[in-house]
Design a protein around this ligand. Structure first.
Ligand SMILES: Cc1cc2nc3c(=O)[nH]c(=O)nc-3n(C[C@H](O)[C@H](O)[C@H](O)COP(=O)(O)OP(=O)(O)OC[C@H]3O[C@@H](n4cnc5c(N)ncnc54)[C@H](O)[C@@H]3O)c2cc1C
Length: 493
């Protein structure tokens, strides 16, 4: 039996935010578009459907108000009092600070320059946002209405309206070429057998290799082989592998990734669904308490800076601790000041003495733990604690030091939460041009091949600013879709 053949103009691989941004942009330019998605329909949306927000620059409420939906005028007034500006320069600086200057300046510049316009473009397709300024955050003062799930469902409504067909249970397994090595389609495996989708341009937006234990062990190190995923099990690096088989140049930091503190009892992965909250298992209040390992030792500056600029590297720090586990410790003051957020169903213990808490948590060196807490408390400098700004309330003369939000752990009841490393996505990807064309190892763009989303290498190294993954997905998704459509339509003449 011959393989099934489908003819179109632009083929988009994946159905996350980057892919659907690409598909919509390509359709907008007048191309026929199909989307190929490995997951079944009921678990569609990729990691994008598990997210909260995207990071973009804004010049005050005038930029934000048109994006908001269902916000009372009282809330709007409160928001106006709290929200300032987040400039392009702030965004660029944050990217360069967290990546220690290693982010590709050209790609970072495109991201920063195109982000606000991409958000307005999304808004024109019915996406809405809600305020999140009441949380201690640096830049992400608004979040997707309905979370990442709401965002993705809106994209799927839009693709439906625009006549873009989405093929579920359809895994891309290889790229098709012509004799001059232009990309002419995608070979897939579906529940009905093999199918070749043929077109004039392909956008790869099928995630990084975070769900592939073999690739994790090979590129990140053996300790990453059995790590828990925060997201979908489908992103196994297929797009990266097939692009490199076609000559694509790997680029960026293949040995680092985004990984954050997660509840000890989180499942091995999550799949999107209407009742799944992507951040349900995240334990992100660590900047206000302390974090210790099984020996009772602190191992990072918990309050180095805003949580959104540190959390992505903290999973790695936890994985490096004995047995890959750590404990977040708080006291009554943290509860009273409401800085322990989103821990309603967290795995955790409470006790009236630090010793009892340590015993319940299973900390091996209880005396060591008591020493750590005592030393930390004594090292705290005078100053006012304020979770809404970098308050400089530090603890000095200890290792590691503490830069902000240091409160003594001395008032019962004490609380402790065991956490492990949760893998979000990997940073290594493909080299692309600012036009989102995939670059060949010989240095030229591969005709007909584009990439977007987590498949793009070079932006993130060792760390990452929260919200930038989704934003990069839309920016480069939109660019790749537009250019793929233009190439396809040109070649159709
Ligand atoms: C729990 C969680 C919370 C997060 N929160 C945020 C946040 O608030 N803000 C933010 O900016 N980032 C957040 N991130 C990161 C964010 O999810 C990514 O940056 C973003 O989703 C990347 O988009 P993408 O389209 O590249 O990938 P995805 O959304 O993962 O989409 C990739 C798609 O490709 C499909 N696919 C894979 N292989 C194949 C194949 N061979 N053939 C066909 N299809 C295939 C997958 O099934 C998937 O649907 C979070 C991640 C997680 C896991």
């Amino acid at each position: 039996m011959l393989d099934k053949e489908v003819q179109t103009q632009v083929i988009v691989v994946g159905a996350g935010n980057a892919a659907l941004s690409a598909a919509v942009a390509a359709r907008e330019r007048g191309a026929d578009v199909v989307v190929l998605e490995k997951a079944p329909r009921q678990h569609r949306g990729g990691n994008s459907a598990l997210t909260v927000h995207m990071r973009f620059p804004y010049d005050g409420m005038a930029d934000l108000t048109p994006l908001l939906s269902g916000v009372s005028s009282a809330d709007l007034r409160r928001m106006t009092d709290r929200v300032g500006r987040y400039t392009r320069a702030d965004y660029y600086d944050d990217i360069m600070t967290v990546t220690e200057g290693k982010s590709d300046p050209e790609l970072a510049e495109v991201l920063v320059a195109e982000a606000a316009s991409a958000v307005r473009w999304m808004s024109s397709y019915g996406h809405t946002w809600i305020p999140t300024y009441t949380n201690p955050v640096s830049a992400n003062v608004v979040s997707f209405n309905g979370g990442g799930y709401g965002l993705q469902e809106q994209w799927f409504r839009t693709t439906g309206k625009l006549g873009i067909s989405v093929h579920y249970d359809t895994s891309a397994i290889g790229l098709l070429h012509d004799s001059r090595d232009s990309i002419t389609g995608v070979r897939t495996k579906t529940t009905q057998g093999y199918c070749n989708f043929r077109g004039k341009a392909v956008v790869l937006a099928c995630g990084s290799f975070e769900s592939n234990p073999e690739m994790r062990a090979r590129h990140l190190g053996r300790s990453w082989q059995n790590v828990k995923l925060r997201g979908v099990p489908y992103n196994t690096g297929d797009g990266l592998t097939m692009a490199m088989e076609s000559g694509a140049l790997p680029y960026g930091s293949w040995s680092s990734c985004h990984a954050s503190p997660q509840d000890l009892n989180r499942p091995a992965f999550d799949v999107p669904g209407p009742d799944i909250r992507g951040d349900f298992w995240s334990r992100y209040s660590y900047p206000f308490g302390i974090m210790v390992n099984l020996n009772g030792h602190r191992f990072i500056d918990e309050g180095e800076t805003w949580r959104g600029l540190t959390y992505a590297k903290i999973g790695r720090a936890i994985l490096a601790q004995p047995q890959g586990i750590a404990f977040q410790i708080f006291d009554r003051k943290h509860r009273q000041m409401e800085v322990i957020r989103g821990y309603e169903e967290a795995t955790g213990f409470k006790a009236n003495t630090l010793e009892n808490l340590a015993r319940q948590l299973g900390i091996l060196d209880i005396a060591g733990f008591l020493y750590t807490v005592g030393e930390f408390n004594t090292a705290i400098q005078p100053g006012e604690f304020n979770p809404f700004r970098l308050d400089g309330k530090s603890a000095i003369g200890i290792t590691p030091p503490r830069s902000n939000w240091a409160l003594p752990i001395d008032t019962p009841p004490f609380e402790g939460f065991p956490v492990v490393c949760g893998m979000t996505f990997t940073f290594g990807g493909l080299r692309i041009t600012p036009e989102a064309q995939v670059v060949h190892t010989l240095g030229h763009p591969i005709p007909g091949l584009y990439a977007a989303g987590e498949m793009v290498g070079g932006l993130w190294h060792g760390n990452y600013p929260s919200g930038a993954g989704m934003m990069a997905g839309t920016v480069f998704g939109r660019i790749s879709g537009t250019n793929a459509a233009e190439e396809a339509l040109q070649n159709n003449k």
